[in-house]
Design a protein around this ligand. Structure first.
Ligand SMILES: Cc1ncc(COP(=O)(O)O)c(C=O)c1O
Length: 335
């Protein structure tokens, strides 16, 4: 059956498709200075609110144009000076772009079998055995939604003291599980965050980077002095304080994950267990038709496996209850 573009169910994005009502309200009536002035992109209100939330001093928090900007600055300050960069596969495909652009040697740790999860011991061994001095990893995984705990990351930083780790928390939806405060105890870690996903502001391009105290000067001198727009700052201040909106997002995502897990258990397919964000990965072994293709025929789009270097299946976004209902109905018919 042919689907009109508007009939298709897009589960391929990984953003929050609902904005915070408070953020939306705050940008309804822009004042003249919001449009005409350059704003201080390192807004002190936002930095101190993020600092309080993550248990770090405000001057170790830097605002950037999305997590993407934070990744770029991490490479500018550390990655481009490294001898060897280490990346995981599968992981967020954007890291490859920055690593290759740095013209450094890139070494890969691959895990292409279901459930595509790396243990902390595997990562530590990879980094130490290969002399990796800079690595960036998503946590939660932008592919499967799985999350290493604070204890896991703490152990990794201790086991690999000569490696700079960038922990990209862009996909996180549980701020209390952030590992950011490890910058108070280790000097080999940067933690990145985004307002695109959990806080629903992907169109405004705002994120942040949290660093150990001794590197604040380096980021102060590297981040663009006109990095952000007024609208992004005003909306982010509100979204960050909109706890009702945040809790509703967390409740709906947890409910969607539970319903989808139950449905997948009686289908031909497997869901990577334990997602802790919007991202989840649906897989089918070689003995069943690829769920990516079966679902595309039913008008449901996932991020294709090949984006992550994987052979089958695809990533889906757990945010929207209506879209997950449609996926569950399609799985019923497909099994
Ligand atoms: C792991 C990861 N890092 C960075 C980004 C980019 O996020 P932002 O929109 O904040 O630049 C994404 C978004 O897809 C992501 O999943």
């Amino acid at each position: 059956m042919e689907w009109e573009a508007s009939d298709r169910c897009n589960l391929a994005g990984c953003e929050n498709d609902r904005p915070s009502p408070r953020a939306l309200e705050a940008i309804q009536r822009p004042t003249s200075p919001m449009l005409t002035d350059h704003w201080d992109p390192q807004d002190s209100v936002l930095r101190s609110t993020l600092g309080r939330q993550h248990g770090v001093p405000a001057d170790q928090v830097f605002l950037t144009s999305g997590a993407m900007g934070a990744i770029r600055y991490s490479f500018e300050v550390f990655g481009n000076q490294s001898d060897r960069i280490g990346l995981l596969s599968p992981d967020w495909p954007g890291f490859r772009f920055f690593a290759e652009r740095s013209r450094r040697q890139v070494t890969w740790l691959e895990h292409h079998d279901f459930p595509f999860h790396f243990t902390i011991d595997e990562v530590a061994k990879f980094v130490n055995d290969n002399g990796v001095d800079f690595t960036v990893v998503s946590n939660p995984s932008a592919v499967t939604g799985k999350l290493w705990s604070r204890e896991d990351i703490d152990a990794l930083l201790q086991e690999c003291p000569r490696t700079m780790f960038v922990i990209d928390e862009a996909d996180a939806i549980y701020p209390t599980l952030s590992v950011s405060s490890l910058v108070n105890h280790h000097d080999n870690v940067l933690v990145l965050g985004s307002f695109s996903k959990f806080y629903g502001l992907s169109g405004l391009r705002i994120g942040y980077l949290i660093c150990p105290a001794q590197y604040s000067w380096a980021f102060e001198n590297t981040i663009d002095v006109i990095e952000l727009t007024s609208l992004a700052i005003v909306a982010a201040r509100e979204a960050l304080c909109d706890t009702e909106y945040q809790q509703q997002t967390q409740r709906e995502v947890a409910g969607n994950l539970e319903r989808l897990t139950t449905a997948a258990a009686t289908s031909n397919y497997q869901l990577v267990p334990g997602s802790q964000c919007f991202a989840a990965y649906l897989y089918g072994g070689e003995h069943v038709p690829d769920p990516l293709i079966v679902l595309a025929d039913k008008g449901i789009d996932l991020v294709p496996a090949k984006w992550f270097g994987l052979p089958r299946g695809g990533r889906l976004n757990l945010r929207n209850p209506g879209s997950i209902d449609r996926l569950i109905s399609a799985l019923d018919v497909a099994s």
